[in-house]
Design a protein around this ligand. Structure first.
Ligand code: UD1
Length: 420
């Protein structure tokens, strides 16, 4: 199992190229199931989760070509297996995104329930409720969702809470349904917008993209398209925090500042100097960060996927801060690890109280989810001595070449491959 060795050193300086967004890539790859033509994708990040999605699609019978860097062509003309097993779903919850498009296109889908997850229970009741409203017959038995529908029918669905993959699953299903579907309380995340834009490029008819009410006019058929994936706002935000914490100056290229205004505002509040263009962000930090209070919310609020990284910045800030996590009930697993590095954080329910300290000290740490792992890496950059971040397969699920990108801007970071 690989680990990262980080030796805390000086400021990060230079240029980082941002990859395509993991959370846009996964649903968009699943959207290929909606057509017999080829969906040609570019700006695809070569991540573990992307490889898992390719594996799932190939097992179903898709032809996937991914020889060129950041390009993936998917053709689902010969799908023959409409079942996705637990073995594949357990490594990546987003496999649930197979359900909506497969059911809409092939009239049937059997997929393992994703089950529990370290950051919270993460049920999929809203996905199922929506599909039932669209006329599907859904049974949950032996840990599997078994869904059938000759042809889905348009429906008016009000979602009980804002769910990103729930919205994406129902949006994809509705593109091929008979009649009009209205999705109320839909997620407005930029990755949902990216999926919707790709579906439109494939011939879908969708109104209200980027709002909380999506109106989808079902069509009989979708066609192939070429589509370039949106930049990853979470990868971008993670590097911005790293630069701010090390008092560096870095330009992030191929970024998408428009999709991360709240995060940029919080960095300004922390004392960063920020300039942006259409696809770049320049950040410079001269002093120790000021503490910033955070409350995670659905987009356009502060993203839960940036909570751990901002907590790490607050850990070395000049003062105290409060972080409230409202999306997932168990997303503070980085706290004990950060405290082992010298942080002063106390958790009460869904709120973390952080008292900034001047220095962190390197330690062996380990995280049990993706963004928590990222927060430990950036903590290591400013810690005295050596930090080992173990179990980095979590990181590899969501960050493309993180050690190379950070190393290029001056971090002392190295991957150590441990043969098991
Ligand atoms: C997606 C992102 C993840 C991000 C999260 C919140 C992907 C692949 N993953 O996850 O990185 O942290 O959005 O921005 O895009 N819920 C239910 N019932 C449902 C669905 C959700 O109760 O049927 C609850 C969840 O338990 C959670 C909240 O709704 O408390 C939001 O979850 P959701 O937006 O669905 O997260 P994901 O789509 O799994």
């Amino acid at each position: 199992m690989d680990k990262l060795k980080i030796v805390g050193n000086g400021p990060l300086n230079g240029e980082i190229r941002i990859s395509g967004a993991k959370n846009a890539t996964l649903p968009i790859m699943c959207a290929a199931l909606l057509t017999d033509d080829t969906l040609a994708l570019s700006n695809v990040p070569m991540l573990k989760d992307v490889k898992t999605t390719i594996e799932v699609l190939e097992k179903m019978g898709a032809d996937v070509q991914s020889n060129q860097q950041d390009k993936v062509d998917i053709c689902c003309a010969s799908i023959h297996d409409l079942a996705v097993s637990y073995d594949l779903v357990k490594t990546m919850r987003a496999s649930i995104l197979i359900l909506g498009p497969t059911l809409a296109k092939f009239g049937e889908c059997q997929i393992s329930l994703p089950g529990g997850c370290t950051i919270g229970s993460r049920p999929v009741d809203q996905h199922i409720k929506g599909l039932i409203a669209m006329g599907a017959e859904v049974n949950v038995e032996h840990g599997y969702i078994k869904a059938k529908a000759k042809r889905l029918k348009g429906a008016h669905i009000i979602m009980d809470m804002v769910t990103v993959t729930g919205t994406e699953n129902l949006l994809m299903a509705a593109t091929l349904a008979e009649g009009v579907t209205i999705l109320e309380n839909a997620a407005k995340e930029p990755e949902v917008v990216d999926l919707a834009n790709c579906l439109v490029a494939m011939g879908a008819r969708i109104e209200g993209i980027g709002t909380g009410v999506l109106k989808i006019y079902g069509v009989d058929k979708l066609h192939g398209a070429e589509y370039s994936i949106l930049a990853d706002r979470i990868e971008t935000g993670t590097f911005l925090c790293a630069v701010a914490m090390t008092k560096g100056k870095v330009i992030l290229k191929n970024a998408h500042p428009e999709s991360m205004q709240f995060v940029l505002d919080k960095l300004l509040e922390a004392g960063a100097l920020i300039e942006t263009g259409k696809d770049w962000i320049l950040i410079e930090m001269k002093d120790r960060p000021k503490p910033v209070d955070i409350r995670t919310l659905p987009y356009p609020g502060f993203p839960t996927d940036m909570q751990a990284q901002f907590m790490t910045m607050n850990v070395i800030a000049d003062g105290s801060s409060k972080i409230v996590e409202t999306i997932f009930e168990n997303r503070f697993m980085h706290v004990p690890e950060l405290n082992r590095m010298g942080a002063n954080i106390e958790v009460e329910g869904n709120t973390a109280f952080v008292k900034g300290v001047e220095r962190l000290s390197g330690a062996k740490v380990m995280a049990t989810d993706l963004r928590a792992s990222a927060s430990l890496v950036i903590a290591g950059l400013v810690a005295d001595g050596i930090t080992y971040v173990e179990r980095i397969y979590h990181l590899d699920r969501g960050y493309e070449k993180i050690e190379e990108k950070l190393g290029n801007v001056g971090a002392n970071i190295e991957r150590i491959t441990v043969s098991s």
